[in-house]
Write a protein that binds this ligand. Structure first.
Ligand code: NAP
Ligand code: CA
Ligand code: CA
Length: 263
């Protein structure tokens, strides 16, 4: 795609994201929460309205583009063909419901299976993270630089402690500097992208949880792989790590030692 076209799309997405600033406060004040597969699997009117709003935006401005998103059936979409937007309308819904903080909107734009534009919008803190293929990554328009190397012994690492077995957690604790988890795959990944965390692991993300991170990782020289150190398929998701170069190998070694990381 021509650079001018990419800039035009980026500007139009930025304008759409800005419209959310007027919509989200009202959606939150009228918040209605329902459950999906179990009592901890939450969805709100905020998730649904943001996704519907983006779907309408695409229909109006880019009718040939397809949407692959959490709160819809994606049966008709082949994520690896044509122009596809992968969206998590709210990543960190539990945080939205319980804390009204630490949630974000994730958007990844793929052309023929290649990521070209990515956004992670930390709405509560007014921080818009963006990556543009070939042109780097930014926060609120300011360039982000590649993180310095962080070895595991010096790194804060993040993962969901409910899904990893006690022995592996103990080994990770022993080998790292510390543990923190924000509870939003997008925002935990942003900590790695900014060089604050060494690594973030999610053992079962869906495409929308990780859609934006591919481009941030490639533009900033981070590692983003499966937990077997193979290429991650953006269209299916699956066990994933986004990591600083200097602690990726040690993280995977611990996760895969003994009987593995699963409970
Ligand atoms: P949570 O606060 O509900 O979610 C934390 C983050 O994980 C958010 O980015 C969330 O995305 C995502 N997430 C939600 N359900 C997930 C799932 N089944 N697998 C992978 N990622 C998921 O997390 P929680 O309250 O600690 O856990 C809620 C449930 O999700 C539990 O059953 C937990 O085991 C599971 N979970 C699993 C992992 C994993 O690494 N396998 C990670 C997190 C949560 P949304 O806000 O868009 O839903
Ligand atoms: Ca999510
Ligand atoms: Ca979500």
């Amino acid at each position: 795609m021509e650079k001018e076209q990419l800039i035009e799309i980026d500007e139009s997405i930025n304008a759409w994201l800005t419209t959310l600033d007027d919509i989200i406060p009202k959606l939150i004040s009228d918040m209605v929460t329902t459950t999906k597969e179990n009592m901890f699997d939450l969805v709100t009117n905020v998730d649904k309205a943001i996704q519907q709003n983006f779907e309408l935006f695409l229909k109006e401005h880019y009718p040939s583009h397809q949407l692959f998103a959490e709160e819809k059936s994606n049966r008709e979409v082949n994520a690896k063909e044509g122009h596809v937007w992968i969206m998590d309308p709210i990543d960190g819904t539990t945080n939205l419901v319980k804390q009204q903080e630490d949630y974000c909107i994730i958007l990844g734009y793929f052309i023929e299976g290649e990521p070209v534009l990515s956004y992670i919008y930390d709405y509560p803190h007014g921080q818009l993270y963006k990556a543009v293929r070939g042109f780097g990554a930014y926060v609120n328009g300011q360039p982000l630089s590649s993180p310095e190397d962080i070895e595991l012994k010096d790194a804060i690492i993040s993962y969901n402690s409910l899904v990893i077995n006690d022995e592996t957690i103990q080994d990770l604790n022993d080998a790292s500097f510390g543990y923190r988890c924000i509870g939003s795959c997008g925002l935990d990944s942003i900590r790695v992208i900014k060089g604050q965390f060494g690594a973030h692991v999610n053992t079962n993300p869906k495409p929308w949880d990780i859609a934006a991170q591919f481009l941030f990782a490639s533009e900033l020289g981070l590692k983003m792989t499966t937990l077997n150190n193979t290429k991650l398929d953006f269209s299916t998701g699956g066990p994933f790590i986004i990591s600083n170069q200097a602690c990726h190998a040690s993280m995977l070694e611990i996760l895969n030692s003994g009987n593995g990381y699963n409970k």
